[in-house]
Each structure stands twice: as C-alpha cells, then as structure tokens.
Design a binder for this molecule. Structure first.
Ligand code: ZN
Length: 339
C-alpha cells in the first residue's frame, strides 16, 4: 500500500473510533483556581494595574463568534467551573476600568471551554467527529496516528499575546496569554494525549461498554485536579505545593515548549490510566464519580497512589507554567522598553 493510502486508511479507522466517543471531556476542571495559585506565587509584580481596552484584532483562526466574547467579565465569575465552591478564587469588580495582572490571567484561563471552539468546521476529521472543541483542545497520539491541534491552539494565543504587547495593549496581551495557559494546562492532562491503551481503543470500536469506560475515565481525571484543589483532605497541602514549586525554563520557543509538554502527557498516560481504572473500578463502567465518591474513596485510602502520581504531574506542570509565564512576562518588559 502506498504511504498516502495507508495514511488515509489509518485516519479512517481512527475517525471511526473518535466518532464513537459519545461525548468529549475537554479539560482539567477548575483552570481558574489552579491558575490563580500559580499566578499569585510568581516572583513578579502581578498586582500591577492594567487598563481594560477594546478588542482590535484580526485573527487567522475561526471561532464560534456567539461564544467568542470580547467584553470584559471581571467581577462576574462567568468562566468559573461550577464544580468549584463559588468563593475561590477571588474575582473583584474592576476599579476605574482597571484590573490587576493576576486577575486577567486567572479569570480567562477557563474561557476556551465556554463554547468558542464548538460547532466549527475545522478539518476533514472534523466532519467525522461532529464536534470541534476536542480538535482544538487535545493532541492525540495513538501508535503512529496523530490527530488534533491542541498544540497549535497554544502557539496561536502565545503569538496573539506577543502581538498585543508589541502594540502596547497590555490588557489583551495578558488576556490572550491566559487563553494560551488553558491549552498548555490541557496538554498536561494525559487523557488529552491518548484516549486509552491501543487494545482498549481497538475493542472500543466494537464494544460500547469499553468506550463508555474510557470516556468516564477521562472525565474522572479532569475532575480529580479540581477535587484536589478544593475538597480533598490534602487540599491545603496541594495548594501549598503549587505555591512553592520553583519555575522550570524549558524553551522560549512556544512550539518547542508545547512539544515537550505533549510528550510528557503522553509518557504519563499509561501510569495514570492504570491507576484511574484500578481506583474507580465499579464506578467507571456506569458513571463519572461525584465529589462525594472522591471523598469516600480518599477516606478509604484508595486514592493514595493516584495522589502520588498526580502530584508529580502537578509539580511538573506548575514548574513549566511558571517558567513559561516568567519568560513571556519578561519579554513584555523588553517589548515595552523598545517602544
Ligand atoms: Zn480545554
């Protein structure tokens, strides 16, 4: 078979699989809470006030314009995960049309999950999967097959942020940077890099039960980070770990950086998936565990190993995100000085 024919055949098999995924879970939950902890612990003045400005950009990508909001939403808790406690993180009203840097970076970190990437026509693959949000938020690698563009979403918003800062538009510079943070965090979630083991995916093609279990496993791990930050008996320790983690500088080139992140998520997948399946067996077959299920299992000591594996990922993600933000924000200083 010719290379191109083989590629098409692979793609067909893959899209059949993707098509049979009933729903997509699209992100870690609680980006805003996690991002707040990261941003507030940067060795940078994030209390600096920035004037809110109108959107004046031409982007090279399309969005679901109905949900690609351009107003400012400070003080409204609009893009906050409803699994959170409704109190944390803070979201005060703007004062004299100005917001602190930490708030812009925090409140828009969950924004890309609120419909801007939904119901679009993005690629031939898109025609088969039915919903475009997964295309923009994930980057699957399954054996030789690679699909989706979560990596490009990240690079796009880093570039938009740099363009805004170059124009001296700090508000949009930080706001686009917050969108970029979302995709970087998404690609640290191993289920955004792989849907299941090769054999599960294969049997999922013929067995809806396997498919449901894989979907539920993905949702479960999305929600586990939120559980850890809000409701776990270790929540304060987890928050402190995030605050204390030192930055790690990977690369100033967004493409290189996101490639490293994808590879890390992909490499972590088998370990996470094995433990999620073990810890939540008996639940995943039918549903996604509730916050109470998490609490109960934690109380029984059944999440100890998952906690250890996840803290390792959270520390790596936090170190890389801090390094990335320090690098980008120090570039801003240089851009502004040059102008
Ligand atoms: Zn997402």
């Amino acid at each position: 078979m010719e290379r191109s024919e083989r590629a098409v055949k692979n793609l067909k098999h893959f899209t059949i699989f993707v098509l049979s995924l009933a729903t997509f879970s699209l992100a870690w939950s609680g980006h805003e809470a996690y991002t707040y902890l990261v941003v507030r612990s940067l060795p940078i003045d994030v209390d600096k006030l920035v004037q809110i400005t109108p959107y004046t950009y031409k982007e090279t990508r399309i969005y679901n314009e109905k949900h690609y909001y351009k107003d400012d939403f400070a003080g409204k808790r609009k893009f906050f995960d409803d699994l959170g406690d409704g109190v944390f993180p803070p979201d005060p009203e703007p004062v004299d049309g100005k917001l602190p840097v930490w708030q812009i970076l925090t409140i828009y970190a969950q924004f890309p999950d609120f419909g801007m990437d939904e119901e679009l026509n993005l690629s031939p693959l898109q025609a088969l999967i039915g919903n475009s949000q997964g295309v923009r938020h994930m980057r699957y690698k399954l054996g030789p097959i690679e699909a989706f563009e979560g990596d490009r979403s990240f690079v796009h918003f880093v570039n938009m942020s740099r363009e805004a800062f170059k124009k001296g538009d700090e508000y949009w510079g930080y706001r686009f940077l917050s969108y970029a943070i979302h995709y970087l965090e998404d690609l640290f979630q191993p289920y955004h890099n792989s849907p299941g083991t090769f054999w599960e995916v294969l049997s999922g093609l013929f067995d809806k039960k396997v498919m449901r279990m894989l979907n539920n496993a993905h949702y479960t791990y999305d929600n586990y980070l939120l559980f850890l930050v809000y409701y776990s008996k270790h929540a304060e320790d987890v928050r402190e770990i995030i605050r204390q983690t030192q930055p790690r500088f990977v690369s100033g080139d967004p493409e290189k950086l996101i490639y490293e992140v994808m590879m890390y998520g992909y490499y972590k997948f088998p370990e996470v998936h094995r433990e999620v399946r073990r810890a939540f067996s008996g639940i995943l077959e039918t549903r996604v565990p509730s916050m109470d299920d998490f609490k109960k299992l934690e109380g029984e000591g059944k999440l100890d190993k998952l906690l250890k594996i996840t803290l390792d990922i959270v520390q790596t993600m936090t170190a890389v995100l801090k390094g990335f933000l320090i690098t980008e924000i120090s570039r801003i200083g240089q851009t502004i000085q040059q102008n």
